[in-house]
Ligand binder design. Structure first.
Ligand code: 13P
Ligand code: SF4
Length: 332
């Protein structure tokens, strides 16, 4: 471990080289993007300034579709590690960069592949559907991947007698079970951001804003989803706020999505659903590790890069491609 870069990547997860204070970072990122034929894909949970510089902003399904389609040489993934891995699996010949390698995911961490492999062995006649919020290694153990946009349709596309294991998100799993009437074996995983919402505080807030619609992501717990006027992925929620005539929305998901909601409907009011304590817990600490400065350094130095072994790429690719095929069939 010799160079400053290597030391930074090892200890911090990002390149920490100071940036010339006289440059305009946004202009420089645009210039570097052209020079390197790079594309910036950003998830809705990123900081507003990152969303504003992205070539494409979307939910996990949209981002995977873009990663599979892009003709750029370099993909800068402004999101978390499993998303960059998915992009690498779908476009293995491209360089995939993540501004901060330590941008992980509590949900993905809740399902270590070696334990899941043991779990899977208990149900040899079951098909394995995994939510995209998991490691490439876990995807390689799966039959079909899904996102919150297509989980219901993917389960519905299977024969009704097909036995299913669903992981790692138990809340999304319960939601899909309810929507499809299918009995699935669930892995006991969850997202730290979506399990923090307070039912009592949401009830109080709805009394304060009786005309507001309450919208929630299916990673939320059942008692939160039971109160919702709409349940869907981040892009589904955004679409609902645009199309619905209500003027106020209480939003139960990571706070980053409010930026696009407010941009699309400047006259409407968006209220983040309150967590059950006083911290800013509906900010995902992993997503928020990425900053404009880290993005600039990442594009400039083309580091940190997300790499995977050929074996994992090969085994993880098929379940993701199955998801994309089924989604296309449903027009998603
Ligand atoms: P979607 O954007 O696909 O709804 O996923 C939300 C999420 O938790 C990403 O980490
Ligand atoms: Fe993972 Fe939850 Fe953060 Fe999404 S919001 S990246 S599921 S920890």
């Amino acid at each position: 471990m010799n160079t400053t870069f290597e030391r930074d990547l090892e200890s911090k997860g990002f390149i920490d080289t100071p940036i010339d204070p006289t440059i305009d970072i946004v202009t420089e990122i645009q210039r570097l993007k052209k020079e390197k034929n790079a594309v910036i894909l950003a998830h809705y949970y990123q900081e507003p300034e990152i969303q504003d510089i992205a070539d494409y902003i979307g939910d996990s399904l949209g981002l995977s579709q873009q990663a599979a389609l892009t003709d750029a040489d370099v993909i800068v993934f402004a999101g978390v590690h499993f998303m960059a891995e998915t992009a690498k699996i779908l476009s293995p010949s491209k360089k995939v960069l993540l501004p901060d390698l330590k941008a992980g995911c509590s949900l993905s961490d809740s399902c270590p592949p070696h334990l899941f492999a043991k779990f899977k062995k208990q149900y040899p006649d079951h098909l394995v559907i995994t939510y995209v919020n998991c490691t490439a290694e876990l995807k390689a153990l799966s039959d079909i991947v899904c996102t919150s946009s297509n989980a219901v349709q993917i389960v519905q596309s299977l024969p009704s007698n097909q036995k299913i294991i669903f992981g790692p998100d138990k809340n999304l799993g319960e939601y899909v079970k309810k929507k499809t009437g299918r009995d699935m074996v669930l892995w006991n995983g969850a997202c730290m951001v979506h399990e923090i919402f307070s039912q009592d505080k949401i009830i109080d807030l709805r009394k304060q804003f009786p005309d507001a619609k309450f919208i929630a992501h299916p990673e939320c717990e059942d008692h939160i989803l039971n109160q919702a006027d709409y349940i869907g992925s981040t892009s589904g929620m955004l679409k609902y706020t645009i199309e619905n005539s209500a003027q106020q929305f209480i939003v139960a998901t990571e706070s980053g999505i409010l930026h696009q909601m407010q941009k699309a409907s400047p006259m409407k009011t968006f209220i983040p659903a309150p967590p059950n304590n006083t911290c800013a817990c509906n900010d995902c600490p992993h997503m928020k590790l990425n900053t404009l400065e880290k993005l600039y350094n990442c594009l400039y130095f083309e580091l940190p890069e997300v790499t995977l072994t050929e074996g994992i790429v090969e085994r993880a690719r098929q379940p993701i491609e199955r998801m994309l095929e089924i989604s296309a069939r449903f027009g998603l």
